[in-house]
Structures are given as structure tokens and as C-alpha cells.
Design a protein around this ligand. Structure first.
Ligand code: ATP
Ligand code: PRP
Length: 218
């Protein structure tokens, strides 16, 4: 049996075409079912549904043989003990700093002010601001980061941006682009040895179906 860990929503949806390229279809809709283990058209392949941030943990400890997870999750929560053969180029977005449209970020940085930054990505943010020599107090949030500058909780946020619609709807502007993010295939190292052939076939099929690279946004 091959077990693939996915999270519901965009990772699940955007992984489906890759699975189809491997001749695998999930036979149940996760949005309509409460099941956490989904069968596929291949009796030897199943999908387990976990929280996005739990995918690496499942793969690392062998609860799943393979998983699809964002680079943000891998860098923030650890990526050790896993083979990472493919950038799948799905769930593409960027990790950015954003502030209220009326906040002068450039001069706050220039003056050496201490910034209050709210984010789910405390580790990545600490690293980024340290590399710029900017002093920050980091406030850990688990979601709805956009609210923090609007309520006075923080001067800035570090969050994922894709279309920019969420920032725009909340009168925030992107002031720094920290890194580009996309989803990665991760593989348990022991599983790769023990189930080499079937896992290799899935990796090769995924590789053949990766969407073409987009030219970077200006
Ligand atoms: P959790 O449920 O563990 O809190 P989450 O809500 O962040 O996780 P998703 O929103 O499904 O889970 O995001 C999964 C992954 O998709 C993220 O880790 C990131 O790599 C990517 N992602 C997040 N937001 C976007 C977006 N707006 N556009 C494209 N990709 C995104
Ligand atoms: C992500 C991210 C932003 C939004 C950005 O949230 O945290 O809020 O997407 O996308 P945009 O630039 O295209 O508007 P998501 O939709 O995953 O909601 P969640 O974090 O609450 O799951």
C-alpha cells in the first residue's frame, strides 16, 4: 500500500491532475465526506487528509509514504529526514511583508524603529528581519493576519500573497517580497527504499505533469 498525505483545499485540488498523470483518481470528494482516508482507483494507493502543517510530520515518521506540502511549511516547521524530489509548481504564492497603506514602512526601517510584526511564520520572519538588521517584536498568529495592522495589534504582517486580493480588500500593501513559495513532493526515506518501484513511478508521473514555470511577477 502507498499512502499519500494531502491537505484539503488547494493542495488537494491542485494535486489531482498530477495524480491523474499517474493513472490515479481519488474516488471520493473530501468536501462532501467526513472520511480521512480516501480510496483511489488504484487498490494499492490511498490518500490521507491531514492539516497542511502536519503533512511533513506524517511523511517524516512514516504515517504516509509521500506528501504534498508548501515550501513555507517545510521551511517554517522543518524538513529533515525527507526526500524532496520535486518542486510541483502548484499552490504558487509568495511570502511577503505587508503594512497599512498609510504606514511608512521605508522610513520606519530607515530610522531603525522597532517593528511589531504579526505572523504565522515566526521562524522565517525572524531570519528575514535579522538579515536586514531590522529589530522586530514578533507576534504569533494562526490565521487572519491581515487583521493585525487594522486593529493596532501590529505595524506589519508576514503572510502569503497570491493574487493580492486579500491585501487589497483590507487596505494593506505589500512592501517586501521575502520568497517565492510553491508546493513540494516529499517522500519518506525508508519508504523510498522499501517500495522503490511504485514510488518511483509516481514521482516520474508527477514530474511529467508539473505545470510550466510562470514568468515572475514584476
Ligand atoms: P492549516 O490548515 O494547517 O492552517 P492552511 O490554512 O495554511 O493550513 P491552505 O490555506 O490550504 O492551508 O494552504 C496550503 C498551502 O498552500 C500553504 O502552505 C501555501 O504553500 C499554499 N498557499 C496558501 N495560500 C495560498 C494562496 N492564496 N495561493 C496559492 N497558494 C497558497
Ligand atoms: C491565504 C493567505 C492570504 C491569502 C492570500 O489565505 O493567508 O490570506 O491566501 O491570497 P490572495 O493574495 O490571492 O488574496 P487562505 O485563502 O489560504 O486562507 P486561510 O489561511 O484562512 O486558509
Amino acid at each position: 500500500m502507498i499512502t499519500l498525505a494531502l491537505s484539503k483545499g488547494r493542495i488537494f485540488e491542485e494535486t489531482m491532475p498530477l495524480l491523474a498523470a499517474a493513472g490515479i483518481e481519488v474516488t471520493e470528494d473530501p468536501e462532501k465526506s467526513r472520511k480521512l482516508i480516501l480510496e483511489t482507483t488504484r487498490p494499492d494507493v490511498r490518500v490521507v487528509l491531514v492539516r497542511a502543517s502536519d503533512v511533513p510530520t506524517y511523511v517524516q515518521y512514516g504515517g504516509a509514504d509521500l506528501g504534498v506540502t508548501g515550501l513555507d511549511v517545510l521551511l517554517e516547521n522543518g524538513n529533515q529526514g525527507m526526500y524532496q524530489p520535486l518542486d510541483l509548481r502548484i499552490a504558487a504564492c509568495r511570502l511577503s511583508v505587508a503594512v497599512r497603506a498609510d504606514y511608512d514602512y521605508a522610513s520606519a526601517v530607515r530610522q531603525g524603529s522597532r517593528l511589531r510584526v504579526a505572523t504565522k511564520y515566526v521562524g522565517l520572519s525572524r531570519e528575514f528581519f535579522a538579515s536586514k538588521g531590522v529589530h522586530v517584536d514578533l507576534i504569533k498568529l494562526y490565521g487572519s493576519m491581515e487583521l493585525a495592522p487594522l486593529t493596532g495589534l501590529a505595524d506589519a504582517i508576514v503572510d502569503l500573497v497570491s493574487t493580492g486580493n486579500t491585501l487589497k480588500a483590507n487596505h494593506l500593501v505589500e512592501v517586501e517580497r521575502i520568497m517565492d513559495i510553491s508546493a513540494r513532493l516529499v517522500v519518506n526515506q525508508a519508504a523510498l527504499k522499501l517500495k522503490r518501484e511504485p514510488i518511483r513511478r509516481i514521482i516520474d508521473a508527477f514530474a511529467s505533469a508539473i505545470p510550466p514555470a510562470k514568468s515572475p511577477a514584476p
